[in-house]
Design a protein around this ligand. Structure first.
Ligand code: MIG
Length: 785
C-alpha cells in the first residue's frame, strides 16, 4: 500500500541487480556430440547447443541434469539436419556451420555467437549463464554500444526498448497503462537486437515468470526465468526481417484471417440488448459507414454464464445474427474462462463431473471470483479439456457465429494477486505442473482450444479469434487487442510502438481499442484515432461502461463524415491490406512495420515512434496530439509522393506536413505501387474493380508487387484456390514499364483486369504496359499524370 507514496523511495530500498547471488555455470569439463547437438558438461551444470536451422542456434542450460529438449508449447518446428564441425584447443571449443561460428571459452564457460565472417552477434563477458538456489536461471550477455532492442511482445513505452526492464507474467491491468506499467496481458519472451543495421533475436522458451533486464548495467543485459531450464534460441538474421522469419519459423505464422475480420469492428462494454444492437446496425447502414463486426460484451449472457444468452435482453439470438448477417454484419461474442459455480448450470456440472476444472494437488477445485461470482476455470493445459471446450462452441457456431472474443484469460481473478493461486496443479497433458510454471500459457491454451473447436464447427470457413492474453506463438490461433487503454492522447501515441513491437514479436494481427477504452473520449481524439485505426491491422472501436458513447456518429455530422471517410478508406485499401496479411501468413513479416524494418541502416528510424509503414512502401504519419495541424514527417532515402495531393517529397530528410482534422498524411515511395478496391455498400464488400496506383520512379529501379486474392473466407486456398500475380514496375529515365510476370493459383475473382493509374510521371517518361497472355488479369491504363 505504501508503494504509491514517497515511502517507495526510502533510502534503504535500493534494488540493484546483484550478480553476486548467482552461481556461474563454471568451467567446461567435457563435451561430446550427440544426436541432438553438442553436450557440454561444466563444473556446475550442463549445456546443450543445438543448431536448429542454418541460422538458428539453441542453447539449453540445466543446472542438475542433461538438458531436456522436448516439451515446448511455443515451438512447433523440428530441428533441421545442420552440418556442424567442432574444433577444440586448450582454451576453447569452436562449432562451425555454413553460416555460424560458435566459440565456447572453456574456463569459465562462455559462449560467443558470431556469423561466418566472425562478426560477433551475441557474446558474454564477466558473467555468463548462471542460476540461484531458488531455481532462477539467468543468462548475462554483453551489451554493445549502439544496441537497440525491440519486440518483447506487448509492452508500453517507446519502440526502442534499450534501457528498459521487462517482466513476463500475464496480467490484467485495468489502469494505468503508462510507460512503466509492466507486465501487461501477453507474455512473449523474445526480443530483437539491432546493431549497425544488422539484427539477431533471442527467444527464451520458458513459461515461468521471466525477466529481461536491458537496464541495470552498461556492460551487460540479462534474461532470466523463475524456474525451469534456461532454454533460448538465437536467431541470427542477418537483417531484422530475417529475424522475424526465423522466430516465426519456430513459433508459427498467423493463418490468413477471413476478410471480414480485417474490416471495421464496433464494440462497447456493452451493447446490452437485441434492440440496441439492431439500432446500432441500422445506424451504420443508414449512414453508409462500413462495418463488418459488432461485438457482444458480457451483458449478452445470462448472469455471465458463458454459452448462454440472456433470454429477456436477447430473446432470439439466432434471428438477430441472421438479420445482421443480411446486412453484412457478423456478431462476435465475448467468452471468458471463468465458469459460474452453479449446480444448475450444465457447463459447470459437466466441468465438475467430468473433471475438467483446475484443481489443487489435493483434489479441490480452485475457485476464483470473476464476473459470474465464484467461478471454476477449465484446465486448458489438458487435451481432454481443450476438446470439450472446443465442442462447446457449437453453441455459438450453430447460431451463425464465426468469431469469438476471449477476455480475462490471463487468467484474471478479482483478488490481491489478480490471478489464480500459483499452487494450483495443471494436468498439462500428462505432465502435471503448477500454475506458477504454466500461468503464462493459460490464455494461449484457451485460444488453441477455441480456435480448434471453431475451425471444426465452421466446416471449411475460417474462424476469427481475438484474445487478450497469450504467449509466444499466439499468432497461430488469435489476433490480439492491447487491452484496457484510456481515451488519452498519450495512449493514442503509445498505440504505434506497441502494435509495431507486437508485429516484430510474431503477432501481425493486433490493434488497440480505437477511441480509448476507459475515460471519456472526445471528437478530435476519436477522429485522429480512427485515422490510425484505419491502418492498424486490427481495427475495433471499443469503450467501457460508464464512458461516453463513441460510435462514429456521436460527435456531430462534420466529425462523422471524417470518420466515415477513413473507415471507407480502410475498405478501399482492403486488397492492399489483404495481400499484406497474406504475406504475413507466409513469411511472418508484419503488415504494420516500424521504419527500421525497411531501412535498418538509417539510424533516424531506430526510435521513430510516431510514424509507421504499411508493407514496404507506404508511410503513415498521423497527427497524435490535440489541436495541432502540422507535424514533422521523416522520410527515408528515395522520393515519396503524398497519397492525397500527389506532391513529391525528397527522402533522407524531415518535412513539415500540414494536416487538418480531416487529413491523414500518407506517403508512397516513388517507383512502387499499391492496389485498391472500392467501397460499394455493406452487403457488397467484394470489389468488382481493382485499381493499381503506380508512383513513377526514375533511377532504373524495379519494384516487384505481388497481388494476392482468394475467396476471403474458406480454406480452399490451401488446395490452390487463390490468385497470385507478380507485377513488375520498372522505372527508368524515359519510361515506366509495368508488366505481368507470373500468375499462380486457380481462384477467379469478380474482376478480370487491373485498372492502372500512373502518378508522378516525369516529362520524358512514357508508360509501357505489358500483359501476359496466360494471365487471368490484364492491365489497363486508366490515367497518367
Ligand atoms: O474489465 O468484459 O479488456 O475489453 O470490455 C472487465 C468487460 C472485463 C476487460 C476487457 C474489456 C471488456 C471488459 N473486460
Amino acid at each position: 500500500m505504501l508503494d504509491d507514496t514517497s515511502f517507495a523511495i526510502h533510502p534503504g530500498n535500493k534494488k540493484d541487480a546483484n550478480t553476486e547471488v548467482y552461481r556461474d555455470i563454471g568451467n567446461l569439463k567435457f563435451f561430446k556430440q550427440t544426436n541432438a547437438g553438442f553436450l557440454f558438461g561444466c563444473s556446475n551444470g550442463f549445456v546443450v547447443i543445438q543448431f536448429f536451422t542454418e541460422s538458428i542456434v539453441r542453447v539449453v542450460m540445466n543446472q542438475h541434469d542433461e538438458p531436456m529438449l522436448n516439451g515446448s508449447y511455443a515451438v512447433i518446428e523440428e530441428p533441421a539436419q545442420v552440418k556442424a564441425d567442432a574444433a577444440e584447443d586448450n582454451k576453447q571449443v569452436t562449432l562451425i556451420t555454413a553460416k555460424l561460428r560458435i566459440a565456447i571459452q572453456k574456463s569459465p564457460f562462455r559462449i560467443t555467437v558470431a556469423d561466418s565472417n566472425g562478426t560477433v552477434l551475441l557474446d558474454e563477458n564477466e558473467h555468463g549463464m548462471a542460476y540461484r538456489e531458488n531455481g532462477e536461471v539467468i543468462a548475462f550477455k554483453k551489451k554493445h554500444s549502439g544496441d537497440h532492442f525491440y519486440g518483447f511482445g506487448e509492452k508500453s513505452g517507446h519502440l526502442d526498448k534499450s534501457g528498459e526492464r521487462f517482466e513476463m507474467w500475464n496480467t490484467d491491468v485495468y489502469a494505468p497503462h503508462n510507460p512503466e506499467t509492466d507486465p501487461l496481458y501477453q507474455s512473449i519472451p523474445y526480443f530483437m537486437t539491432l546493431r549497425n543495421g544488422k539484427a539477431y533475436g533471442v527467444f527464451l522458451d520458458n513459461t515461468f515468470r521471466t525477466m529481461f533486464n536491458m537496464k541495470s548495467s552498461e556492460e551487460y543485459f540479462s534474461f532470466s526465468a523463475e524456474g525451469g531450464q534456461l532454454d533460448y534460441y538465437v536467431m541470427t538474421g542477418p537483417g531484422p526481417k530475417d529475424v522475424i522469419q526465423q522466430y516465426t519459423h519456430l513459433t508459427g505464422k498467423m493463418p490468413i484471417p477471413p476478410k471480414w475480420a480485417l474490416g471495421y469492428h464496433q464494440s462497447r462494454y456493452s451493447y446490452e440488448s437485441e434492440g440496441e444492437v439492431r439500432g446500432l446496425a441500422k445506424n451504420f447502414i443508414k449512414r453508409d459507414i462500413p462495418v463488418d463486426v459488432i461485438h457482444l460484451d458480457i451483458h449478452y449472457m445470462n448472469g455471465y454464464r458463458v454459452f448462454t444468452f440472456d433470454k429477456e435482453k436477447f430473446p432470439d439470438p439466432e434471428k438477430l445474427i441472421r438479420d445482421l448477417g443480411e446486412m453484412g454484419i457478423r456478431v462476435v461474442p465475448i467468452v471468458d474462462p471463468g465458469i459460474k459455480k452453479d449446480a444448475e448450470y450444465p457447463i459447470y456440472r459437466e466441468g465438475v463431473t467430468d473433471n475438467l476444472f483446475c484443481k489443487y494437488l489435493e483434489g479441490d477445485i480452485y475457485f476464483g471470483n470473476v464476473w459470474p461470482g465464484t467461478s471454476a476455470f477449465p484446465d486448458f493445459t489438458d487435451g481432454k479439456v481443450r476438446g470439450w471446450w472446443g465442442k462447446k462452441h457449437k453453441y455459438y457456431s450453430d447460431m451463425g457465429i464465426e468469431g469469438i472474443w476471449n477476455d480475462m484469460n490471463e487468467p484474471a481473478v478479482f483478488n490481491e494477486t489478480k490471478t489464480m493461486d500459483t499452487a494450483v496443479m495443471h494436468r498439462n497433458d500428462g505432465v502435471p505442473a503448477a500454475h506458477r510454471e504454466l500461468h503464462n500459457i493459460y490464455g494461449f491454451k484457451m485460444a488453441e482450444a477455441t480456435y480448434a473447436g471453431m475451425k471444426e464447427h465452421l466446416d471449411g470457413k475460417r474462424p476469427f479469434l481475438l484474445t487478450r492474453a497469450g504467449f509466444a506463438g499466439i499468432q497461430r490461433y488469435a489476433s490480439v487487442w492491447t487491452g484496457d487503454n484510456r481515451s488519452f492522447w498519450e495512449h493514442l501515441q503509445m498505440t504505434l510502438p506497441m502494435v509495431m513491437n507486437l508485429g516484430i514479436s510474431g503477432v501481425p494481427f493486433a490493434g488497440p481499442d480505437v477511441g480509448g477504452f476507459a475515460h471519456d473520449t472526445n471528437a478530435e481524439l476519436l477522429v485522429r484515432w480512427m485515422q490510425v485505426g484505419a491502418f492498424t491491422p486490427f481495427f475495433r472501436n471499443h469503450s467501457a461502461i460508464g464512458t461516453v458513447y463513441q460510435e462514429p456518429w456521436k460527435f456531430g455530422l462534420k466529425n462523422e463524415s471524417i470518420m466515415k471517410k477513413y473507415i471507407q478508406m480502410r475498405y478501399k485499401w482492403m486488397p492492399q491490406l489483404y495481400k499484406l496479411f497474406h504475406e504475413a501468413s507466409v513469411s511472418g513479416i508484419p503488415v504494420m512495420r516500424p521504419l527500421f524494418l525497411e531501412y535498418p541502416d538509417d539510424a533516424k528510424t531506430y526510435n521513430l515512434n510516431d510514424q509507421f509503414m504499411i508493407g514496404d512502401n507506404v508511410i503513415i504519419a498521423p497527427i497524435l496530439v490535440p489541436s495541432i495541424t502540422d507535424r514533422a514527417v521523416y522520410l527515408p532515402e528515395g522520393n515519396w509522393l503524398n497519397f492525397e495531393t500527389g506532391e513529391t517529397y525528397a527522402g533522407g530528410q524531415v518535412h513539415l506536413i500540414h494536416a487538418e482534422l480531416d487529413e491523414l498524411p500518407i506517403f508512397i515511395k516513388a517507383g512502387t505501387a499499391i492496389v485498391q478496391g472500392e467501397w460499394n455498400s455493406n452487403t457488397e464488400k467484394t470489389p468488382k474493380q481493382i485499381t493499381m496506383d503506380i508512383y513513377a520512379g526514375t533511377n532504373d529501379e524495379t519494384y516487384r508487387f505481388t497481388h494476392y486474392d482468394d475467396d476471403g473466407e474458406s480454406f480452399e486456398y490451401v488446395d490452390g484456390s487463390y490468385l497470385q500475380v507478380q507485377i513488375e514496375v520498372k522505372s527508368t529515365l524515359d519510361a515506366v514499364h509495368i508488366s505481368i510476370r507470373e500468375q499462380e493459383g486457380s481462384y477467379r475473382p469478380a474482376y478480370d483486369k487491373i485498372n492502372v493509374n500512373v502518378h508522378g510521371l516525369h516529362k520524358q517518361q512514357r508508360v509501357i504496359l505489358e500483359n501476359h497472355e496466360d494471365s487471368m488479369l490484364s492491365l489497363e491504363l486508366k490515367s497518367r499524370g
